[in-house]
Design a protein around this ligand. Structure first.
Ligand SMILES: Nc1nc2c(ncn2[C@@H]2O[C@H](COP(=O)(O)OP(=O)(O)OP(=O)(O)O)[C@@H](O)[C@H]2O)c(=O)[nH]1
Ligand SMILES: [Mg+2]
Length: 369
């Protein structure tokens, strides 16, 4: 199976760069040549009209209006061999967030048989107001695009790593997310006597609109605090859905799911799928794909798609923006110039510049007649 990762904007391109190292087919699209130069992917497309729109989504969208055909052809020319095309982009910058929802919609329209999906980065809550507003606009646009959306949440990574620098947060988020996707894909190529998770199951799972998540738990390593009972194992899996690099899940619905067990056969007694889904309002997903492999000691990898929209997380941003509203407005209306009374004093202190004298006048002072 071939999966393509196309990064749009800087953050998305960084994810594509990681993806290439893991063997994915990759691409990057950006207005900024410098940003394109900094990543290693198979195919690059430079958009014209700007060197980077500096977090201005509207500007990105405006410039993209005349170039969407070029971008759509780029996708079609280089990635139509892939079974799945994943767009990766940040929701809080300008370029990736501005063009990705449009291009996803367009590409889906011209390549109707292809499965598309999106990895969308959410900003930490400490980021600037413009970033937060961009994030809300991007998610509101994405809510009407019919693809699975996997929100990689920088704030989640921050919660797990309070004391590291931003670069480390980005690196952890990018690597973890793309490694999980790669792991899931790798199982579709493996054989098992106890049930395969095959390519069709995978594409079916990913071809589901709404929010998605991927997690992995280890149930075999001692000291990993797993109660080795069906309840204990299920709880561990449930917990992972709220403690991953992806946005915490909402429990109002789950449409499709894949649960891949990779471990010793004796542990299979503890895998009870029905117990994993008891917290969802609709209970079991409409489709549940299972895979059972025996190559590692004991891991459970789960993919959920068609989850309810991440409204709680977006509402937190909404609240944050509202609580900052007064501060933001005061920044916008306050005058940028400052007139000091001291200025008049200053001008008195300063010597009035002397009028340049004519050299002849100077000379005349010395030369007596
Ligand atoms: N997880 C992760 N987040 C990143 C990374 N780089 C930037 N970010 C986040 O993405 C946001 C900036 O988005 P960029 O992708 O740099 O923006 P862009 O799409 O290039 O758009 P411009 O505004 O035109 O530069 C920041 O607010 C960060 O939250 C990265 O490599 N990984
Ligand atoms: Mg950029």
């Amino acid at each position: 199976m071939q999966v393509a990762i196309v990064g749009l904007g800087q953050a998305g391109s960084n994810i594509a760069d990681e993806a290439k190292k893991l063997g994915f087919l990759t691409g990057a699209i950006n207005f900024s040549q410098k940003d394109l130069d900094s990543v290693d992917v198979h195919h690059k497309l430079r958009l014209l009209g700007s060197d980077g729109v500096g977090k201005n989504r509207d500007e990105a969208t405006r410039l993209f209006k005349d170039q969407w055909q070029t971008a759509a052809s780029f996708i079609n020319d280089y990635f139509s061999n892939a079974d799945l095309i994943v767009f990766a982009f940040s929701s809080s910058g300008g370029s990736g967030s501005g063009i990705s929802p449009i291009l996803l919609d367009v590409a889906k329209g011209i390549m109707p048989d292809k499965v598309f999906s999106a990895i969308v980065i959410m900003p930490e809550l400490t980021e600037a107001t413009t970033s937060q507003i961009n994030c809300l606009s991007t998610f509101s646009e994405l809510s009407s695009v019919d693809v699975s959306i996997f929100p990689v949440d920088n704030q989640q990574v921050r919660n797990m790593n309070p004391d590291v620098g931003k670069n480390k947060i980005y690196e952890l988020a990018n690597k973890t997310a793309i490694n999980l996707l790669e792991k899931v894909v790798s199982y579709t190529n493996k054989k098992s006597k106890n049930g395969n998770f095959d390519k069709k199951d995978f594409l079916n799972t990913l071809n589901t609109s709404g929010i998605g998540t991927i997690t992995e738990v280890d149930i075999a390593t001692l000291g990993n605090s797993v109660n080795l009972t069906p309840q204990g194992v299920s709880q561990k899996v449930k917990d992972s859905w709220n403690n991953s690099v992806f946005v915490p899940i909402e429990l109002n619905k789950v449409t499709r799911a894949a649960i891949i067990f990779d471990g010793q056969e004796v542990l299979m007694d503890h895998i009870r799928h029905d117990l994993m889904f008891t917290d969802f309002v609709n209970g079991m997903p409409l489709d549940l794909f299972e895979g059972n492999y025996h190559e590692s000691n004991g891991k459970i990898i789960s993919i959920l798609t068609g989850l309810g929209w991440c409204s709680k997380r977006l509402n937190d941003i909404e609240k944050l923006i509202n609580s900052n509203k007064d501060k933001v407005e005061s920044v916008l209306v306050s005058q940028n110039f400052y007139q000091s009374d001291a200025n008049s004093l200053l001008s008195k202190i300063r010597k009035t510049p002397e009028v340049k004298k004519n050299v002849t006048d100077i000379l005349n002072k010395y030369i007596r007649r």
